[in-house]
Design a protein. Structure first.
Length: 209
């Protein structure tokens, strides 16, 4: 597709609008399923320094998983935009930390230590069967992943209704290792394949922190 940028812009607006219209009951139920998949399917995260995100425009809120991992002693971090067109930095987060809003209205820790992460949970506006994500169009996550010295364990998060036939991936796009929705955990093996919680936990032993 020649005009992939305009196509993505239109698709992004449609998917965000649909996500914002999810009923409270469905959102609660779906979020509980995603939380369970992340906690039960990815015990390996306890061995990592994990980057999460501040929920935005109807995204799944990962706070229950963050609080669980914090109680397990896991190092957690939230991203901060420092400069346009530059990689994100990840600042350490814990439940009692002071936070502020960035230029996008997202919560970030107030000047806590920045450090490297070895696993990252990434929100997706949309995703396709090749594991590519449709984001908000700024390219921050792709630039951040590309700049890391070693590729981290990547877990994309979305609701199942955000699956699309293709994102028209470009050379700078980086597919997720795993995608988690309220329906299943999916692993990327050329295409996304559903996994049981038990199988996911076994597979993830290769991603040692």
């Amino acid at each position: 597709m020649n005009d992939w940028q305009n196509w993505r812009k239109q698709q992004r607006a449609t998917l965000i609008a649909q996500r914002m219209q999810i009923s409270c009951s469905d959102r609660t139920l779906w979020s509980q399923e995603i939380t369970n998949f992340l906690i039960q399917g990815f015990p390996i995260l306890q061995q990592h320094a994990v980057g999460f995100y501040s929920a935005y425009k109807g995204e799944y809120d990962p706070m229950p998983v963050m609080e669980y991992l914090n109680a397990c002693g896991t190092t957690l971090a939230l991203p901060e935009v420092i400069e346009p067109d530059q990689p994100l930095i990840y600042r350490k987060w814990w439940p009692q930390v002071s936070v502020k809003k960035d230029r996008y209205g997202l919560l970030v820790p107030c000047d806590t230590e920045a450090g490297l992460i070895s696993a990252v949970v990434i929100p997706m506006v949309g995703f396709d069967d090749q594991g590519y994500r449709l984001g908000y169009g700024s390219g921050y996550f792709d630039r951040t992943l590309a700049a890391m010295p070693t590729h981290p364990l990547t877990i994309g998060i979305a609701f199942e209704q955000q699956r699309i036939a293709t994102t028209y991936p470009q050379s700078h796009d980086i597919p997720m290792n795993f995608v988690v929705t309220e329906r299943s955990i999916y692993v990327l093996n050329q295409r996304l394949h559903p996994l049981s919680i038990e199988s996911c936990a076994r597979i993830n032993k290769q991603f040692q922190g």
